[in-house]
Design a protein around this ligand. Structure first.
Ligand code: IMP
Length: 203
């Protein structure tokens, strides 16, 4: 099995590129954002994280001719029947801000007791050797918590201020980025994909 030295990331998010390259340090793999190749964003038309991750990885691989990696993530709330899921960024509307989304979630959960406010972040990472790869590698990471009754802390992004982290007795918005990056759904999914790279002899 041949080694892989360069992978395109199906995202232009500089924070994600940094996080992934930090974790991949020493693996011989360099991750480059698709924006470096002028790859346009592709509509995320799937109803599951894995579908959207495959759509994005396939598109990046097709546009660049490189192996591609993508991630799709969001939050699922048990009392909301696993919503907002793939619509996490668009929960309160197409142009919703993080505050709009958090406010709507707190409103929808009004009166729901603590024990029933369980929720988890989900992250799906997909790796495709080329856009015609029939067996994408798939890695899932979960981060378990529950939805608070009011925001706490101003760190993180998205739902972090209303996401209670039982292992650290604080909200996601109160964690340092370094600590979050050891616990998060994305960190777990990335470790998993790295392990699959080892098993396949790519690194
Ligand atoms: P993306 O797929 O990484 O762009 O994430 C989609 C949406 O899920 C984000 O816009 C956030 O609303 C939510 N989300 C994903 N990961 C996190 C996280 O680590 N903290 C807070 N919100 C997150």
């Amino acid at each position: 099995m041949s080694k892989i030295s360069k992978i395109v990331l199906a995202s232009g998010n500089a924070g994600k590129v940094r996080e992934i390259n930090k974790l991949f340090a020493g693996s011989g793999i360099e991750v480059v954002p698709q924006s470096d190749f002028g790859v346009p964003e592709v509509p995320e038309t799937g109803t599951t994280f894995v579908e959207n991750a495959i759509i994005k990885a396939r598109h990046a691989a097709e546009c660049t001719g490189l192996p591609a990696i993508s991630d799709d993530s969001g939050i699922e709330v048990d009392a909301l029947d696993h919503r907002p899921g793939v619509w996490s960024a668009r929960y309160a509307g197409e142009d919703a801000s993080d505050t709009d989304n958090n406010d709507l979630m707190l409103k929808e959960l009004e009166g729901v007791p603590e024990a029933e406010r369980t929720a988890r972040y989900q992250c799906l990472i997909v790796f495709m050797r080329s856009h015609t790869d029939p067996v994408p590698l798939i890695s899932q990471g979960e981060w378990e918590g529950r939805i608070l009754e009011a925001p706490r802390g101003d760190g993180g992004f998205g739902y972090d201020p209303i996401f209670y982290v039982p292992t650290h007795d604080c909200s996601g918005g109160e964690l340092s980025l370094d600590v979050k990056n050891t616990l998060s759904h994305r960190a777990i999914a990335l470790q998993g994909i790295l392990q699959q790279f080892r098993e396949h002899g790519y690194i």
